[in-house]
Design a protein around this ligand. Structure first.
Ligand SMILES: [Fe+2]
Length: 188
C-alpha cells in the first residue's frame, strides 16, 4: 500500500490550517508493504491521530507519539487489505486510550465504525470521511476540515491508483474516477 496525501491545486501541503492554527504533520514510510502512515496532531491540546498505521511499524509510531508528547485518540484506517496489515490493534495496547477506526463497509473489526460524512475530531481539527469505493468497496478518503489535505490510502497512489481485482475490489469502477467524484468538487 502506498497511500498519498493530496495537495489541492495551488496550495502547499501546509502545516497550518486555514484559521492559522498550527497542525503537526509527520509522514512515515514502511518499505515491506510500501505504506505511508500519517501522524496528525494538535500542538495545543496534544491530541493526535494516526492514518493507516501498519503492524510492522506500530512500535515506531507509538514511540514517535510519546516523543512528541502527544495523546493518540484514534488509529484510523482508509481500508482493510491482507497485503498491509493494520497496526491499530497493537497500537491500542501500546497506547492505552487509543481507539481503532475503519469504515463499516470494510467488514473489519474496530472500536468505531464510520460512514460517509462522519467527522473524526482531534483537538481543534477534524477529518471528514468521504466514501471512495473502488480499490475496495469500503475505502474511504479522509479530508482535513480546512480542505488543505486529503488522505486517500490505496485509492489514489503516487503516479497511480490501487488495483481493483483483489479482496473486495470493486470492478468495474475506477478508483481514480471515483476519487475525483469524492474530492474534486466545488468547495473541496
Ligand atoms: Fe489496499
Amino acid at each position: 500500500m502506498a497511500g498519498s496525501a493530496l495537495r489541492v491545486a495551488g496550495r502547499q501541503l501546509s502545516q497550518y490550517s486555514e484559521s492559522g492554527a498550527p497542525i503537526l504533520l509527520r509522514q512515515m514510510f514502511e518499505p515491506k508493504s510500501c505504506t505511508y502512515t500519517y501522524l496528525l496532531g494538535d500542538r495545543e491540546s496534544r491530541e493526535a491521530i494516526l492514518i493507516d498505521p501498519v503492524l510492522e511499524t506500530a512500535h515506531r509510531d507509538a514511540q514517535l507519539v510519546k516523543e512528541l508528547g502527544l495523546r493518540l485518540l484514534y488509529a484510523v484506517n482508509t481500508h482493510c487489505h491482507a497485503d498491509h496489515i493494520t497496526g491499530s490493534g497493537l497500537l491500542r495496547s501500546l497506547l492505552p486510550g487509543c481507539q481503532s477506526v475503519i469504515s463499516r463497509l470494510s467488514g473489519a473489526q474496530a472500536d468505531i465504525h464510520i460512514e460517509d460524512g462522519d467527522p473524526i475530531h482531534f483537538g481543534r481539527f477534524a477529518l471528514e470521511t468521504r466514501a471512495s469505493p473502488g480499490h475496495t468497496a469500503g475505502c474511504v478518503t479522509f479530508v482535513l476540515d480546512d480542505h488543505s489535505m486529503a488522505f486517500t490510502g490505496d485509492t489514489l497512489l503516487i503516479r497511480g491508483c490501487g488495483r481493483t481485482d483483489f479482496q473486495q475490489g470493486h470492478r468495474p469502477l475506477s478508483p481514480a474516477r471515483d476519487l475525483s467524484m469524492v474530492i474534486w468538487v466545488p468547495g473541496f
